[in-house]
Design a protein around this ligand. Structure first.
Ligand code: HPA
Length: 271
């Protein structure tokens, strides 16, 4: 079965059981429980969805929930497949493809990221203005299937200016301090060296992580608007005289999940 048909089969399976969502939200490390706040949700373990890749990372649950929030039908994806798990980028972006084929107009991509810019301290939420792809590959590599979108999609405004504005006004109304900046994606899974962080700062990155960019690229190719929000979970390597630890990343994400959930609620109200 070709990739497009696999995507369509998964989309059909979801549509039949839960209808069509308006918005998809991918929940990064430690942020998965937002899915429990949806009203009247229908929920699917990833293992029950046709062709769906499993995420095996600690802190990623592996469940799709579709329910209502702020008058929107929301698909909340708790857990994503990562490139560093050994999946190829088509597998990494399978869920985003399915959301696009289901007809969502907006995808909100969230993640935990290391703060390179010193004002991005742990616990800060950062709106992604733009990204730098240092994964070493691109999810659109290979024969292009025109049913998804064009061969050479424009990437001038990956992260919708309108959605960023709306997120900033939601944050302001809620009294949530929010940063913004450029997100750089690296392959991982090892964290960066201090020399790599100095290099990333020089090329214009404010925060560093291992996800989001592949999903953002395929969403744009399909004409879906993208909003990206990083939860700064740690100072990037070498910024502070201490080592990095995935447990710390998870703890900070958990600490801000209430704030993150209210921000997401405020954004949904304004869509
Ligand atoms: N580097 C890369 N990915 C990350 C980090 C980091 O410091 N923190 C959370 N995800």
């Amino acid at each position: 079965m070709d990739y497009f048909d696999q995507v369509e089969e998964a989309a059909g399976f979801i549509r039949q059981r839960a209808g069509t969502p308006d918005v998809a939200i991918v929940l990064g490390s430690g942020l998965g429980d937002f899915a429990n706040t949806l009203t009247g949700a229908v929920s699917f373990p990833y293992a029950d969805l046709p062709h769906w890749p499993a995420s095996r990372v600690v802190g990623h649950e592996g469940r799709l929930a579709i329910g209502l929030m702020a008058g929107q039908r929301v698909a909340a994806l708790s857990g994503r497949a990562h490139y560093y798990e050994g999946h190829d980028l088509r597998t990494v972006t399978f869920a985003t493809r399915v959301m696009g084929r289901l007809g969502v107009k907006v995808v909100i991509l969230t993640n935990a990221a290391g703060g390179i810019t010193v004002s991005l301290t742990p616990g800060t939420l950062m709106l992604i203005d733009d990204h730098i792809n240092l994964l070493g590959s691109n999810p659109l590599v290979g024969p292009n299937d025109d049913r998804f979108g064009p061969r050479f999609p424009d990437m001038t405004e990956v992260y919708s200016r309108r959605l960023r504005g709306l997120a900033a006004s939601a944050a302001q109304a809620l009294g949530i301090a929010i940063g913004h900046g450029v997100y750089v994606a690296l392959h991982g899974p090892s964290y960066e060296t201090p020399a790599e962080i100095r290099y990333l700062r020089t090329i214009g990155a404010d925060a560093v992580g291992m996800s989001t960019v592949p999903e953002a690229i395929v969403a744009r190719q399909m004409g879906v608007d993208v909003l990206g929000i990083s939860c700064i979970s740690n100072a990037a390597a070498g910024v502070l005289p201490q080592p990095l630890d995935h447990k710390e990343v998870m703890e900070v994400a958990r600490r801000v999940r209430g704030t993150f959930a209210s921000l997401l609620g405020g954004i949904l109200e304004r869509l």
